[in-house]
Design a protein around this ligand. Structure first.
Ligand code: B12
Length: 200
């Protein structure tokens, strides 16, 4: 939370060496850490540089635990392709959602940030995901979500996958308006709804 990435790596390695279940490390330490950062940001205790430092520590800790997560998750819940809309570089929310989905047993393919609509379409075709997650973090990039939905339909892909959306300016009402299958309030909500979609 305090952005000490060396310590984040050391503590994660230490927990793994001690035999702590990697899913529990994500659920009980790494995710709560970044969620607390989000709360401190909301309460005006943390400023943007603090948030950026916390993210770096979050990512470093995740990089230690991720290889072990994919080793133990042999029985996948489903395939989830995730990306952030064009023009939007925010990736903290996406990283947390990916961590939670991985913990829930999904095979997650991360398309990254600033993803053009065409790439979402191309990946929907080539990767054949069960669910496509689209993140959007600014009011100025919300129209891109509509564009992704429209192009999925135009390319005959809409009935082949479920679409989940999320990010600060999005709401359930907006999700309904653009015809998304689900909206995730936070990472936990996202993982629960994704599991529900898969019937788990
Ligand atoms: C950190 C941050 C940054 C960092 C990003 C670092 C990074 N690696 O991501 C930096 C400093 C780089 C940054 C840059 C900018 N930012 Co900024 N940023 C933020 C800030 C403070 C926090 C966002 C965040 O990470 N929150 C914490 C995460 C954990 O929460 P979350 O994103 O909501 O995600 C949760 C849920 O939404 C959900 N979820 C998220 N994604 C998904 C996806 C799916 C599919 C589902 C189901 C659920 C889900 O689960 C997540 C976990 O619980 C917000 C303020 C705010 N209150 O949000 C502004 C904010 C988003 N930024 C803003 C702006 C304007 C910018 C800049 C344009 C600033 C500038 N002038 O340069 C640039 C944009 C660059 C670009 N093109 O994208 C504005 C957007 C305003 C608007 N129009 O809507 C905000 C709202 C700040 C403000 N009040 O003005 N930013």
């Amino acid at each position: 939370m305090e952005g000490d990435d060396d310590m984040a790596v050391e503590q994660t390695e230490h927990a793994l060496q001690e035999g702590v279940n990697p899913v529990e490390i994500v659920k009980q330490a790494i995710v709560p850490g970044i969620e607390r950062t989000g709360e401190l940001w909301k309460d005006n205790v943390y400023f943007m540089p603090d948030v950026v430092l916390s993210t770096e520590a979050f990512k470093m800790a995740m990089s230690v635990v991720e290889p072990t997560l994919s080793e133990i998750e042999t029985d996948k819940t489903g395939r989830f392709v995730m990306g952030v809309v064009a023009g939007d570089m925010h990736d903290l929310g996406k990283s947390i959602v990916i961590a939670m989905l991985t913990g829930a047993g999904f095979e997650v393919i991360d398309l990254g940030v600033d993803v053009p609509t065409e790439v979402f379409i191309e990946k929907a075709q080539s990767l054949n995901p069960d669910i496509m997650g689209v993140g959007c973090y600014m009011t100025t990039t919300m129209l891109e979500l509509k564009d992704v939905m429209r192009k999925l339909k135009e390319n005959g892909l809409r009935d082949k996958l479920k679409v989940m959306i999320g990010g600060v300016p999005t709401t359930q009402t907006f999700a309904d308006e653009i015809g998304a299958d689900a909206w995730g309030k936070d990472a936990l909500d996202a993982a629960e709804k994704a599991k529900k979609i898969m019937g788990v």
